[in-house]
Design a protein around this ligand. Structure first.
Ligand code: ATP
Ligand code: MG
Ligand code: MG
Length: 400
């Protein structure tokens, strides 16, 4: 695709750049806030009135899976470059818009198409030599029985599409689980695949930013801790040997180098007891495991995403503190009780050194919902952990 460089002047300084974003949730909001500081306007397409991003972006109400809405957004919004904060978008409409309006889409619709189908994603990375758990297509009950014989139990059954926060995953513990597993994910016809269970000792993640020329730069490695399949705590740098940190960054960079298009990517990995690293999945957008960068790195993941899609020079990725822990603020209850619990946690953060609160401004409170996060920055790991303990002792226990 020919690159439209109109948003960067000859001197390399920005003109009045406009970035269109599909989706206006918390990732769009934090992208919009970063963009505003850079003199870049964001326009987002999101079906929710008062979507979180609307605090700092021009909000167009419409669905990012609706072909007509995407076409209308691209044609009327006057965007220099179109990007996204969610991968579950209509890629056919995107490709059509790219052809009709000649808008630049970053990362490319082809990349989004591969990533949004987790089985296609696995095939792509396997073909490029990225280490993965064994996986296979599942079309019928017989395939699952054969998978159980080959992979052993437990194994993971996963939906190929529309997965997030573990919805779309099922741990198949024995042959007796097969029917329930397939039914829970919507049946064989929705598109399922299986993965060998990875007996990980830690889950790691690396943010990688890819520039328009295809070069990639990674951020420090983080450990991610999940609670009920939802990311709860991250710690940067991960408490693993420096050689392993370097290897994780190398695997993540290799994975993103074999995709097309500019932007930030989140790479999730499993660390096994013998030091083996296996890629779990990639997100073609800012990622929860990169939120610590907002307060702990020279350039946040959101700023680097905007820089990358506009073709600007990328910012530095290193930590500017010894250690950074991110604690998600997850809804503890529906309604007023959940709001009170979130406010109590925020009050503790305001009373603790090194803490920054990021609130997403979502309508309503629900159990398990990501409504904000707290970044804890400190000179040492011990100090950062002590601060986490002051906010949430059970979160500290999950990290140790
Ligand atoms: P996300 O919200 O990160 O997009 P998702 O719904 O796409 O999540 P996965 O990342 O596939 O789901 O899996 C969620 C979690 O389930 C992983 O972080 C890991 O804890 C566990 N898991 C997934 N695949 C495997 C596997 N092959 N072996 C062991 N555990 C796994
Ligand atoms: Mg996922
Ligand atoms: Mg995941």
């Amino acid at each position: 695709m020919e690159r439209d460089e109109t948003s960067v002047s000859a001197s390399g300084l920005p003109r009045s750049a406009v970035v269109g974003v599909l989706g206006g949730g918390q990732l769009g909001r934090m992208m919009a806030l970063a963009a505003a500081n850079m003199g870049v306007r964001l326009k987002c397409l999101d079906p929710t009135p008062d979507a979180p991003a609307s605090v700092a972006a021009d909000h167009v109400v419409g669905h990012f899976r609706d072909a007509e809405a995407i076409e209308h957004f691209v044609k009327s919004a006057g965007v220099d470059v179109l990007t996204m904060e969610i991968e579950h978008v209509n890629t056919d409409a995107l490709a059509q818009a790219a052809a009709d309006v000649k808008v630049d889409i970053e990362p490319s619709p082809a990349t989004i198409r591969v990533i949004q189908d987790k089985y296609a994603q696995k095939q792509h990375f396997a073909a490029h030599g990225v280490p993965l758990p064994d996986f296979r297509n599942i079309k019928c009950r017989g395939c699952m029985e054969a998978t159980g014989r080959s992979f052993g139990y437990p194994f993971m059954l996963k939906a190929k599409r529309l997965a997030y926060d573990g919805r779309g995953n099922y741990v198949v513990r024995s042959e007796a689980d097969i029917d329930a597993a397939a039914a829970a994910l919507g049946g064989f016809e929705v598109g399922l695949y299986a993965e060998r269970f990875a007996p990980f000792v830690k889950e790691l993640a690396v943010m990688v930013v890819r520039s328009r020329d295809g070069s990639v730069v990674s951020y420090p490695v983080v450990e991610t801790i999940h609670k009920d399949n939802i990311c709860h705590v991250t710690e940067a740098p991960a408490d693993v040997a420096p050689a392993l940190q370097a290897k994780a960054r190398e695997v993540a960079e290799r994975a993103i180098a074999c995709l097309d298009g500019a932007g930030i990517f989140g790479v999730e990995m499993f660390l096994l007891a013998d030091g083996t690293l296996l890629l779990n999945e990639v997100a073609p957008r800012p990622h929860n495991s990169g939120h610590y960068t907002m307060d702990a790195c020279v350039t946040s993941q959101f700023e680097n995403h905007v820089r990358a899609v506009l073709g600007w020079p990328l910012g530095e990725t290193q930590l500017n503190a010894g250690c950074a822990i991110m604690l998600n603020i997850l809804g503890e209850a529906d309604g007023a009780a959940g709001v009170r619990a979130a406010h109590d946690l925020m009050a503790k953060a305001y009373a603790t050194p090194g803490c920054n609160v990021h609130w997403y401004g979502k309508e309503g409170m629900k159990v398990g919902r990501k409504v904000g996060h707290i970044n804890i920055v400190a000179g040492t790991r011990a100090e950062a952990r002590a601060r986490l303990g002051a906010l949430d002792p059970s979160a500290l226990a999950s990290l140790q």
